[in-house]
Ligand binder design. Structure first.
Ligand code: HEM
Length: 467
């Protein structure tokens, strides 16, 4: 009997499509796009296919948007979360918080066990009244500007920030009453912009050319940390346990495995994480959805019919939000076209032959291009068109299981998914019930990338509806 030894896996034998004119040493560096990197990743996939690579000074970046290959890549037994460059750099702000923790860091498992119960669909009941108050503040703000152009992404950012600030740790940023942004918000925004810009830079360049910005970044991080420490200390003085928010839970609930509470620094990191991960993402979805609703009045009308049927009293009740099935499909379709976290990184747990063809050595990584996966030909018809009925239950059941992943995958998937659906549906329903939306006829959707996506320069006119 003869046995065949499997061929060893060697990364250098991996041959993938790549941009033409690859240069020695520099590789495909001429084809690198640092400002719109996710949209560039999508365009690359449209040219080179569902798996391709760019080689930047010898470092290989593999882009995947083929749903069949994702069956393996999304499987936690075979691949796991990888902290790609922009996420790794976020650690300078959020340390070992849930989003930026390494898989092996004990604080990830501990915080996940403590916090997961705060993010179930049932837990949303406790946040509903607060979310509703934040949505009402947005409505009041816009009612005072009827007929004027409103800066939609700026205002959806405000509402999402208030939601996470108040439900997370009982903090009001006063976004709708201040004339200038809250100093913590300005510092965080500067910090995220710095991280996004410097992600692909060299430390030497940061210490020289960008010396001032680097110093500003350090000052910003120190200021945000000090402010959060103040919030935690204030809660301790007040007495934790009565507020039913994330901070209460972190201060009072022990990890069931170790029997210990989260440490002080980790609690600060989690608060920063929720502020960063839980606000721009949801705000971007609200803004994109309002854009599509303004240019598709027939979709807005259909949603309004549903809202009128379900939201019968003065205020929308918790159970009614989940019954807004068409509004939910609008949210899903918005997240299909513009997944506001536009991709995620995965690394191979062991040497593997991806799809039976492409050798990857242990710890090599890929970037999953959600923007292209969500436009894959398996979606049928014109993938660029906005059609919420793609998410009718029978169509969801018939779909390839890896075709839609806006919240990531596996054990490191988004903990805030239910939270995001609830707040976005609630805000959209409240806005649609109160206003007619008027698009700027000269506006063409342009998407701005920081770490998340948002519709650049989107403005709408809103006119109050007569009930
Ligand atoms: C529509 C809005 C949102 C989108 C599109 C989104 C997307 C994502 C994605 C793709 C990941 C996985 C990232 C990776 O694999 O590297 C993630 C993780 C995470 N998200 Fe969200 N997110 C949203 C809203 C929220 C909200 C509202 C919160 C909190 C209130 C939140 C908190 C987190 C956290 C803590 C993680 C890390 C989870 C872990 O690794 O254990 N997200 N999110």
């Amino acid at each position: 009997m003869t046995t065949t030894t499997p061929r060893p896996i060697r990364a250098r034998e991996r041959k993938l499509p790549h941009p033409p004119y690859r240069l020695p040493v520099l590789g495909d560096v001429w084809d690198l796009h640092v400002t719109d990197s996710s949209q560039w990743g999508m365009r690359g996939a449209q040219k080179y296919g569902g798996i391709y690579e760019r080689n930047i000074f010898g470092a290989r970046v593999t882009y995947v948007s083929d749903p069949d290959l994702l069956r393996e890549i999304n499987d936690d037994e075979l691949w796991s979360k990888f902290l790609g460059v922009p996420i790794r750099d976020l650690r300078s702000v959020a340390g070992d918080g849930l989003f930026t923790a390494h898989n092996s860091e004990p604080n990830w498992a501990k915080a996940h066990a403590v916090l997961a119960p705060s993010f179930t669909a049932a837990a949303m009941r406790g946040y509903h009244a607060t979310m509703r108050r934040c949505a009402d503040e947005l409505i009041e703000h816009w009612a005072g500007r009827a007929g004027e152009w409103v800066d939609v992404p700026a205002d959806t950012n405000k509402v999402a920030l208030e939601v996470i600030g108040r439900t997370g740790f009982g903090y009001e940023f006063e976004s709708f009453t201040r004339t200038d942004p809250h100093p913590v918000v300005s510092a965080m925004l500067r910090a995220l912009t710095y991280i996004n810009r410097s992600a692909y830079s060299h430390p030497l360049i940061e210490c020289t050319v960008f010396r001032q910005q680097r110093a500003q970044h350090r000052a910003d991080v120190a200021m945000v940390n000090a402010k959060i420490d103040e919030v935690i200390a204030h809660r301790r003085r007040e007495g934790a346990g009565e507020h039913g928010d994330l901070l209460d839970r972190m201060l009072t609930v022990a990890d069931p495995d170790t029997g210990t509470l989260l440490d002080e620094k980790n609690i600060r990191n989690q608060i920063l994480t929720f502020l960063a991960a839980g606000h721009e993402t949801s705000a971007g979805v609200m803004a994109f959805a309002l854009h599509y609703l303004s240019v598709h009045p027939e979709i807005a009308e259909r949603a309004r019919r549903e809202i009128t049927e379900i939201w019968t009293g003065e205020e929308i009740e918790f159970e009614q939000v989940a019954k807004l099935r068409y509004v939910r499909r609008i949210v899903d379709e918005t997240l299909r076209l513009w997944p506001t976290a536009p991709g995620y990184f995965r690394k191979a747990r062991a040497n593997t032959l991806l799809g039976g063809r492409y050798p990857f050595e242990k710890n090599e990584w890929v970037f999953v291009v959600l923007l292209q996966l969500h436009r894959h030909e398996l979606w049928g018809g014109d993938p660029e068109s906005f059609d919420p009925d793609r998410f009718l239950p029978e169509r969801v059941r018939a779909r390839h299981p890896e075709l839609y992943r806006p919240f990531g995958v596996g054990m490191r998937a988004c903990i805030g998914r239910q939270f995001a659906y609830h707040e976005i549906a609630l805000v959209l329903a409240t806005v649609l019930r109160k206003f007619d939306l008027h698009a700027d006829p000269n506006y063409e959707l342009k998407v701005k990338e920081t770490i998340t996506l948002k519709p650049n320069g989107l403005r709408l006119r809103l006119s109050p509806r007569r009930d």
